[in-house]
Design a protein around this ligand. Sequence first.
Ligand code: SF4
Length: 51
Amino acid sequence: MLSNQEIKCQVSTCKYNDTNKVCTLHDIQVGNTGSQAHEKQETQCNSFQAN
Ligand code: SF4
């Protein structure tokens, strides 16, 4: 991983989201909402944890 890499995320209700809309995890897991995503709406962050 590049040292200057960051994960920008607007999900402010996640406990890993800081006040600057950046994910504080070093890596995340992104999955499909169904069988196979063909649109971005069909993907989701599986690392999400509610505040
Ligand atoms: S874990 Fe996922 S939802 Fe939570 S801040 Fe990181 S990228 Fe966003």
